[in-house]
Ligand binder design. Sequence first.
Ligand code: MN
Length: 222
Amino acid sequence: MADRNALSKYREKRNFEATPEPAEGGEANEGARSFVIQKHWATRLHYDFRLELEGTMKSWAVPKGPSYDPNEKRMAIPTEAPPISYNRFEGTTPPGNYGAGKVIIWDKGVWIPLEDPHEGFREGRLKFEMRGHKMHGRWTLVRMNGRGEGKRQDPWLLIKERDEFAQPAAQFSVVDEMPDSVKEREDRPEAKAAPRAKTAAAPSDGPPAGARKAALPAELQP
Ligand code: MN
């Protein structure tokens, strides 16, 4: 469990007598770090993109949600990190409270850093693989306006890497075609078939699966 300091920003924004959100809790699992993406109908709809790191869920608000098109860079605004137990939160924060509105678990699963995630988070560049129900393959979160510390408020971009899961936006919009909760589905799905546009043509020209596996560090191979 994270120390209270790591959760101070999260806690100071909330009155836990009034909101159903958890104040603390949840178990870290650095061997298989969890991720969750919560669809949040607040003042404005957005997707809260959360990665387990250093005992809390590092978080970004992504107004448009993720895109499988590497050309569609999605704005990701850093927000306060909730406890790991927040992964299971689905519900409605009452009017008048911070972040008031309905929340669903839009996707969940495991994320695998492809570079040192501690340094990456500080420096503003995270490269990782996602194994969720909707999120698959390699993704990058990169802070705009250069790297380095002291830029905690700068927006980041969420970008799909060019791999066998990437698809043009004209063929597939994951937020439109897969809008619903995955709360009742397994917490740690294995990488399964990629979501594909119904009208998708031949598979993309990404590297064959074997080549991709060979490029991963040994501990990441199945
Ligand atoms: Mn939110």
